[in-house]
Structure formats: structure tokens, C-alpha cells
Design a protein around this ligand. Structure first.
Ligand code: IMP
Length: 179
């Protein structure tokens, strides 16, 4: 695309690295002595989760859940579809859902509900980004790296129509790309 594809860099790779290191330390302390299962919500959280897990210093297991409420658009439908479920039995485990971004909160509300009925010891939410102003349901992450304004962002795993996941920084996408 020749016209301006991105408005600006919102969060640099250095800021992300620093925040993820701090978060890994916090989680390691909070879950000391507990059976921790990180659930990476695909696809958007794959980069965040791979960095986060390497900053966790206690024993941890990992599983993947693929869900989407967006399809090819930039607006959440609230109609959450699970494409790939967990392979792990979560009964009695401390589940930490790892998400790239919370927007309306609809996706995580549904996913947290699905996890909770499977009788884990606990279910908490860890997100890289939080767009609090856009919330439509009552859901608060226990762990969050950055609160961001109401802008559509891409990079570090986040996509628009499956593009830009490979960018190392978090960028604000120009409106002209998706409007
Ligand atoms: P929610 O159900 O509205 O909270 O949407 C959460 C999901 O929407 C995230 O897991 C992302 O996949 C996607 N999403 C929300 N905002 C953005 C954004 O700014 N950039 C990329 N994906 C986003």
C-alpha cells in the first residue's frame, strides 16, 4: 500500500519487552507452588505468550485455544466461535487465559465462562493490551501490560485481516485501510 498504512508506532518493541519481563516476574511470584496452565488464545496472543512463557520462572504448562469473534472485519460480532479447543484437562488447575487485546470484552467473557464450568482451581485473565473505553461487558483482566486508547492496532501478533502479525512494534493502523 503506497499511502500511509500506519498512523504511528503506539508501543515500541523495547517497551513491550520491558512490560512482558515485569509481568513474567509477577506471575511467577503469584503462582508459586501452584499448578499453572497458560492458555494462549490464538491467533493474536501467540507472540505475547511465547515471550511471556520464557519470562515465567516457575513450572508451567501451556495449551492453545483458537477462537474468533471478528471474522474479516475490525468490529467484534460477539458471536464467539471456537475453532480449536484445549487438549488439556483443566480440573484443579490454575488457568491463566493469555489474550492479545480486550476490546468489547465479549470474547473473554464467553471463554472465561467456558473454562469456569470445567472446574479449574481458578481462571484469571492476562492481556497484553486493554481498550477499556470500548468495554460492553463487565470483565477486568487480573494482569495487563498496557491500557490503550480506542484505536485499531496491529503488530506483535495482532492482525487486521490476517496481516501485520509479524511487526515487532504495536502500530496504529490508518483508518483508510479498514474503513
Ligand atoms: P472483544 O471480544 O471485542 O474483546 O475482542 C477481542 C478480540 O478482538 C481480540 O482477541 C482481537 O483478536 C480482536 N481485536 C480487538 N481490537 C483489536 C485491535 O485493535 N487490533 C487487532 N485485533 C483486535
Amino acid at each position: 500500500m503506497s499511502t500511509k498504512e500506519f498512523e504511528k508506532v503506539l508501543i515500541t518493541r523495547e517497551e513491550i519487552k520491558d512490560a512482558v519481563e515485569k509481568l513474567g516476574k509477577r506471575i511467577s511470584k503469584d503462582y508459586e507452588g501452584k499448578e499453572l496452565l497458560l492458555v494462549c488464545i490464538l491467533k493474536g496472543a501467540f507472540v505475547f505468550c511465547s515471550d511471556l512463557v520464557r519470562n515465567i520462572t516457575i513450572p508451567v504448562t501451556l495449551d492453545f485455544l483458537s477462537a474468533s469473534s471478528y471474522g474479516q472485519t475490525s468490529v467484534s460480532s460477539g458471536n464467539v466461535q471456537i475453532y480449536k479447543d484445549l487438549e488439556t484437562d483443566i480440573i484443579g488447575k490454575h488457568v491463566l487465559l493469555v489474550e492479545d487485546i480486550i476490546d468489547t470484552g465479549l470474547t473473554l467473557k464467553v471463554l472465561k465462562g467456558i473454562m469456569t464450568v470445567r472446574n479449574p482451581a481458578s481462571v484469571k485473565i492476562c492481556t497484553l493490551l486493554d481498550k477499556k473505553d470500548r468495554r460492553k461487558v463487565d470483565i477486568t483482566p487480573e494482569y495487563c501490560c498496557f491500557s490503550i486508547p480506542d484505536e485499531f492496532v496491529v503488530g506483535y501478533g495482532l492482525d487486521y485481516s490476517e496481516k501485520y502479525r509479524n511487526l515487532p512494534d504495536i502500530m496504529v493502523l490508518s483508518r483508510s485501510v479498514y474503513e
